[in-house]
Every structure is written in C-alpha cells, then in structure tokens.
Design a protein around this ligand. Sequence first.
Ligand code: ZN
Length: 293
Amino acid sequence: MRRSKTPIFGTDQLILLVFLNTVKYLSSKFKTCPFFWRYLTGIDFKKIELSPHCFNNVAKKESNKMTSAKKLALIIVDVQEDFGRPLGALYVPGGEHVPAKVNLLRQALKPDVVFLTQDWHPLNHSSFYTNNPGAAVFSKMVLADGSEQVAWPPHCVQGSAGATFMSDLLLTGDEIVVQKGLRADTDSYSGFGSADGLKEQTSLDAQLKAAGVTHVVCCGLAFDYCVSYTARDSALRGYKTCVVESCTGFIAEESRASERALMESAGVAVVEGQAQALIWLTDLLKSRPPNGS
Ligand SMILES: [Zn+2]
C-alpha cells in the first residue's frame, strides 16, 4: 500500500490546536482569579458558577479576613448587690464604687461585646458554710470530692435580691449574661466554669469564639477571686487578656498579691486604670476605623 505524503497536521490545523490550547490554559488560569479576569474582560465571574477549586480559594481569603479582625470583649464579673453593697451578704470593700468605674471603662473602650457573669447559687450550695456543719465562715474546708473550698456566707442565691446586678451598673440590654455556680456540689469562681474545667462549663468560651473575640478586658468583683480566675481562664484559652484593677475590689491583701502573681505568670496584663487599658489595646484600636465602635 502506498503511503500518503500528506502530513497529519497542516500548518492551519497546528495554529488552530495551539490557539485552542492557549484559550483552555487561560480559561483555567483566570477562572482562579475572577477579579483580574473581570478587569480584562468585563465579565463578572462572581456571578458565574465557580469551580470548586476557585470557590475554595475565594472562601479561604474571606475567612482569613474575618479571623484577622480584632475584636474586644469586656467581661464584667459578678457586679452583684451581695458583693457590692456594705450590707450585702459577701461585701467586697469598695464594691459600691465599682459600677461607676465600670461604666466609664465601658464608655472608653467601646467593646464589641459585653458579658456579665452572675454568681447564681442554689440554696444548698456546697460553698456556703451553713451547708457544711462545723465549718467556720471564711475558713478553708475540703469538700466531698477532695477539692479545697473557702466556706463563704450564703450569697447570690438564685432569685434573691442580692443576686441581681448592681442597680447603678449601666446596662443597654445588649449584654450577654453568663451564670455560674449553678451546681450544688461545685463552685465556679471563673466565668468559664469550675476550677476542674469539667463539673461546670459555661457557654462563655463558645460565645466569645462565636463573636470572633481576640481581646478580653476583665473587671468587677472580686479581683482576688472571680476576676482573677476568669482572666486566667481567658488567657489560657488564647484570648489576649487584661484586668483593669481600678475597676475591681479585693477581699484580702494577701490573696490580692498572690492572685496578681498568678495572673501575670498566666500572661494576663494587670493594669491600673482605663488609660493603661487603652494603651494595652493599642494594636486592636489601630485596626479599627477612626469612628469604629
Ligand atoms: Zn459564689
């Protein structure tokens, strides 16, 4: 049989092949970059169904933008009548001045979200000395599970007037309330839950994460118990955390010093007042628009 001398591809076919492959290559390349392609062609590729690869790239960029945003939560710890009034069941010295200071702090910081922790005990709570026969009030006792517990006077009983937030704490209704100490057999100084991290876990961490919070400022009552435990738990969970001491009150000088040391070793910044808190927040404030709240 005689072979044909005609080549399989003529010049025309070859040019066509190169042209088609170039179009195919450019299409696949620029589909991953819809904004550039739109600039060149005027076609809005965002309105066209994107390939899964392209969609993932865009979604990843959007998600990075969200996670790189800095957000501030103010956690107002246990500013309740029983802790803040001289006649309250568990008065923290100077507690009556705390709401006004916290109001000013909130005004200065303009947090993205505000949490209120609320001690909220059942009447048979194990931290009450009255529920532990033989225990003297304010003494240290050991509970049935082996944990050490201060024997407190009954306080912040669920539904009582003493458990309400102090009347001079300015609230907008947008605050998120996190109750703690609801279980009779364990205590939760921290707004995140009990010290063992197991018996009681509040929704605080999940809600901070849901709000995209990166920075936490803590204040309230008392510096050497619930504020310290909440701030340390916050730092432990990766939030950049600060305590504003002028917006707190403390129960005893000794525990004030020891808790300050524990907070600092946990990475919590303990600052004096709101001016220092604003300096501490410089990196967050820089990332906000000038009139941002
Ligand atoms: Zn309590």
